[in-house]
Design a protein around this ligand. Sequence first.
Ligand SMILES: *Cc1c(COP(=O)(O)O)cnc(C)c1O
Length: 380
Amino acid sequence: MNIPSNKPYWTEKEKKNVLDALERGQISGDGYYTEQVSALIEENFGARKVLMTTSGTHALEMAVMLVGLEPGDEVIMPSFTFSSTANAVVLNGATPVFVEVKAEDLNLDPADIARKITAKTKAIIPVHYAGVACDMDRIMAIALSHNLKVIEDAAQGVNAKYRGKYLGTIADFGCYSFHGTKNYICGEGGALLVNQENSQTIEKAEIIRQKGTDRCLFLRGDVSKYNWIDAGSSYSPSELLMAVLLAQLENMQEITKKREAVYRVYQNAFEPYEKRGILKTMQIARECEPNYHIFWVIFNTQEKRDFVLKELNRKGVAASFHYLPLHSSPMGKKMGYKPNDLPVTEKAAKCLLRLPLYAGMTEAELHYILQSVEVIIGTL
Ligand SMILES: *Cc1c(COP(=O)(O)O)cnc(C)c1O
């Protein structure tokens, strides 16, 4: 049996919407579907302003541009993340500062944030790994006391909550991804959530998104022609993608429920191995309501992880590791980081295993995965 790590969950609605978008004639950005999708996110999640983007990466770039960094400025983030989090900062001429994560949830460790703040620190980018919230109370308190901006990298955290609030709506900015590997997808896509009260920030975001022009004001009829106002880029997604995304978001609860069911089966199945001391399962704090983006375990040695990973792959199960830490990457080394700088992060990278998780997983697939795991772990 061949089981992929993830798989899209389509209904008839995605196809219907794409055909409708084609028939409407406008397939560039900011038409009917973009408006529907942004309104749905604003209303459903309680975001002040949502700007749809071409990717989560681009949403992060926009957020960092809006913070306004200068060369030498530092931005705190985990090393245990995707390159996009750090690229957004590097592309804006500033310096990422990599911080340790907590072993229980692989989210930013507030104690290490406090240790790494300097006079040059301007912002923090917490990454809600696996759709489980970071310790936002402590992170926001640290930010407040040092006057730092906070950008939530909620690429994996769409539709997940922290103390009843949707991820992405808690800090100054939130960034979502609708990439094909995430929970709710349109292939490539993202959203920037602007949560600041300040309407100037929203206007600035609209200008950055529309190639540095005030095209948004023009479309609203506020100005008679549009002009180049400031530096910007092309961040609005095609209507075809937003047509797919609208159907996905309208199906969000169903998709989440199906993912949760798979997640719970995994959690129950792996608990006995945890009791036997072979591995640790992910821990979800009480204040977090996840979206079941990832199910991961950490083996007590890299040898065991590598063996189980290799054997599962051999049996056709696309289990995977996660994140070669950014501080250990060639770029991180160029920045001066050394092995053992972030031991919890390095252990996670060496010992973590992700299991396939998607909404349409069949009983037979799940059974096959668990049987395979049992046989493989039995030979350890
Ligand atoms: C997926 C992801 C991104 C990038 O999102 P794209 O839409 O693929 O550009 C950024 N950060 C994290 C943590 C991610 O998981």
